[in-house]
Design a protein around this ligand. Sequence first.
Ligand SMILES: C[S@@+](CC[C@H](N)C(=O)[O-])C[C@H]1O[C@@H](n2cnc3c(N)ncnc32)[C@H](O)[C@@H]1O
Length: 572
Amino acid sequence: MKQPHQIVKQKPVLINYQYGSKRYFKRPDAEDIATIKKIEEMDIPYWYPTLRMREGRESRRNDKIGLTHVHHYFYKRTLYALSKLYDLIQKSECKDLLQIWFTSQIINISKMNRFRPQVSFPYNPLSGTLYVSSMVSEANPFNAYEGKIRKFTEALSNNKGNTYCISTASTTKLDVQENSIDYIFTDPPFGANLNYAELSFLWESWLKVVTNSKYEAIVNPTMGKALPEYQTLMTSCFQECYRILKPNRWMTVEFHNSKNAVWNAIQEALQRAGFIIADVRTLDKQSGSFKQVNNTSAVKQDLVISAYKPKNDLTRTLHESAGQSETAWAFVRQHLANLPVIVDADHDGKIDIISERQAYLLFDRMVAYHIMNGIPVPIDATDFYKGLDEKFLKRDDMYFLPDQVNEYDTARIKMDVEPIQFELFVSNEKSAIAWLYQQLDTPQTYAELQPKFMQEVKSVDRYENMPELSVMLDENFIQDDKGRWYIPDRTKEGDVAKLREKNLWKEFESYMNSKGKLKLFRSEAIRVGFSRLWKDKNYQAIVDMAERLPEQTIQEDDKLLMYYDISLSRVQ
Ligand SMILES: C[S@@+](CC[C@H](N)C(=O)[O-])C[C@H]1O[C@@H](n2cnc3c(N)ncnc32)[C@H](O)[C@@H]1O
């Protein structure tokens, strides 16, 4: 039964038409208005979707202007043409392919196409939203579909006989054999960025299939999904990727980072699934270049993450030798073997420093790997750094396996340039110390360092009680008789690091002895505290302290998040 329906009134004001090869504008005259009216009164003899828009803030954003059901998103004339075309496609032998062609223009010819006379392109809907502007432009479906035929033909003729398989299943459960895939490239959703299930509803309703939002990895309050639900779903997806990938093979994850907390959720999900992250780069879409980043800092850009599934023998060693330092060295050996030896991403003839080969990141990765696998971290930072120097070969502050170092040395001579350092974002004590390590490659006085440091520290994390530069120098470096600060030599560095850790632990104890939420603190003290509590298996104390910290601090720091999440699951 037909129901009355209120919908915002639209009035045709301008017609764009073509005569010969020229285009003209005119105001609608009485004949045009009569034609539109005649079409409005016609019944469409073919099927078209009339579903209520699915629940959701995006999909029901146009309720207020009366676009409550799918068919309201199309002009009557367009709907007629679409339903006829759809009917023909259903009878065709190439139904699947033609349906892709059919859905490819649905948005462009809907009421979401905006009138933008200054832009020559005929289709101007806003992407990533179902927004309908007050000045709409009705696009001609015949032109739209004709244009797409050309593009489809071009794309299909590029396929050199490859076979492929397309599936729309959720990655949380893939119908693929384990250890069977050579490489995975994935472009997962980025937290709350876009509501894909809602946005897809317009074309899905034509295809008579709807995204099962239960498994959609997304942050969306309407669906009751916050960051933890997103992370859990992403972990299940990555676990499936891990299961189907062959050991020692790679996965590339493309990721747009809008929030650090989401980036950390992704990193943690990857590691929980068993992957080892080996490289993180920013992708400059305009120039197409890649840049290495210090992955502990806030980067609001497109990222390319490379991760691999370890070989079976590493997993075996890990469990057979749990608690012995061998697990740490087995990890480092495998990790170094998997890292590239020479990188010149910009092709500028300069070797890039590979941060993954540097001591601090190797240590971070080793700790994360043990924690994620639920076995004790067998070695502390001081012994780890000493062991690195003894067991591996060092060039330009990077570590190599014996069979890699020749290749590096040869390239170093040929390229004959100093390697370039990756960019660091100084926003807390940890990144400040990393920056100082870079700077103090050449010893410098406080007066030389201070102005550069001020320039580097643009914004400090909200809760970070960052010590003065002089304190950080005192705690981490040594001064020569000319007053220049330098990096302590590895053998003496142990003493400096131990003293620093003792001080930070004292600071952490003072936090534990206080009550209530912590408002300002040294995040380095929290890190040292969590790592010591972890060693003592005092998971409850980690959880208690984490709950006194601002949520943001835990979510935005991958190390703290890792300790907290795993402790929480142990306590529970
Ligand atoms: C960033 S988009 C990918 C965009 C795509 N690469 C492109 O260029 O069009 C992320 C996609 O992941 C999908 N998605 C969300 N949860 C999923 C799940 N559990 N399994 C498979 N795909 C999922 C979303 O629907 C969305 O289409």
